[in-house]
Design a protein around this ligand. Structure first.
Ligand code: NAD
Ligand code: SER
Length: 315
């Protein structure tokens, strides 16, 4: 039975995560209770599934009016500039990533909203963090503007929780892999492109080198983690900055080997670009024991299962 007590605004609903998260939230809470919003035109997969409004989250007044007009009780803020795009215009990335969050936190505090969701990223970690099984609490010195903005955002989330009692929840997503909507300019996008090129061209040129290991996750696990975190009893949430979240860890060579089990003629070569330096600054794998301990997190997809599903679903 859908839970009809909440009115949820999803900001950035037409992005890689937003489309799938909006559809899942509509199943749980009822179509009319999930207001999708974005700068862009409504995504084709969202059309006809529930309310859609055009919103620039940088405009605080418009956002505030929307919250009041729709009696919003929760906000999922997904609008952001991702790592690779952020390095092209660092001041813009900082401005958008920070101001969007502050607008949401401020209005949420003022209007007494019940819950806020805002994702952080493995990008908070930098070269001085442990590379393997990177712990929840460790040295955090990000070297990309995206990572800096995510780390600052985590501090703001914890601050609003401690100082004003706002129920803000957050996950440090690994690189996310999906087939329903396009990725938005991240360093981990290679792991999506590779599937498209394997199906369409039979070969792929990777912009990361063969043995670049990164933490990754298949979208169904990421959506489930988000909903499980948001539905957990507040008493179970001991991390109010952002939880480490693990799924799997692989390199371009590993994923190519796995694709070859389905498409034996698939070929990969490597022409690295500036995204290699970003990837080299991030963890190779993540320790998510705190998420497991606090609210029972358990990933379902490994590389083998994800590859099979991606290739079956990509047209
Ligand atoms: P995306 O770029 O695919 O989607 C972001 C959406 O926000 C886009 O549809 C864009 O049009 C919209 N947007 C941008 N500026 C806006 C504004 N001013 N007002 C309203 N909407 C605006 O990104 P995504 O991959 O879906 O990521 C969502 C969140 O998850 C981001 O905070 C991102 O940092 C985080 N995250 C993503 C990944 C990943 O691998 N996709 C990993 C870690 C963290
Ligand atoms: N997938 C994201 C990126 O590469 C990580 O936050 O930017």
């Amino acid at each position: 039975m859908p839970n009809r007590d909440e009115k949820i605004l999803v900001v950035g609903a037409c992005g890689q995560i937003g489309v799938e998260l909006t559809l899942q939230l509509r199943k749980i809470h009822g179509d009319g209770n999930i207001i999708a919003s974005d700068l862009r035109e409504e995504h084709p997969l969202l059309k006809g599934t529930g309310p859609y409004v055009s919103l620039d989250i940088m405009n605080k007044e418009t956002f505030h009016v929307l919250v009041l007009r729709y009696n919003i009780t929760q906000v999922y803020l997904l609008a952001a500039i991702l790592s690779a795009t952020g390095e092209k215009n660092p001041t813009l990335a900082w401005h958008i990533n920070m101001q969007s969050l502050l607008n949401v936190l401020d209005v949420a505090k003022e209007e007494g909203l019940k819950k806020i969701y805002w994702p952080s990223s493995i990008a908070v970690f930098g070269p001085s963090s442990p590379k393997e099984n990177t712990p929840q609490h460790t040295t955090i010195e990000p070297t990309t503007v995206y990572g800096i903005s995510k780390f600052a955002g985590e501090r703001w989330c914890e601050y609003y929780n401690t100082r004003y009692g706002l129920d803000v929840r957050s996950l440090r997503y690994p690189g996310l892999i999906s087939y329903k909507s396009q990725p938005g300019g991240g360093t981990t996008d290679y792991a999506i492109e590779i599937f498209h090129d394997a199906k369409n061209k039979g070969k792929y040129t990777s912009f990361l080198n063969a043995d670049t290991y990164l933490p990754m996750m298949y979208m169904p696990d990421a959506i489930r983690a988000t909903i499980e975190l948001m539905e957990a009893d507040a008493s179970k949430i001991s991390v109010r900055s952002s939880y480490n979240l693990g799924g799997m860890s692989f390199s371009p060579k590993d994923i190519a080997d796995e694709i070859r089990k389905h498409i034996p003629s698939f070929e990969i070569d490597y022409t690295v670009d500036s995204r290699q330096a970003i990837a080299d600054s991030w963890p190779r794998s993540i320790d998510d024991s705190k998420a497991k301990e606090d609210w029972g997190w358990k990933p379902e997809y490994d590389l083998e299962r994800m590859t099979k599903d991606m290739l079956e679903n990509l047209k």
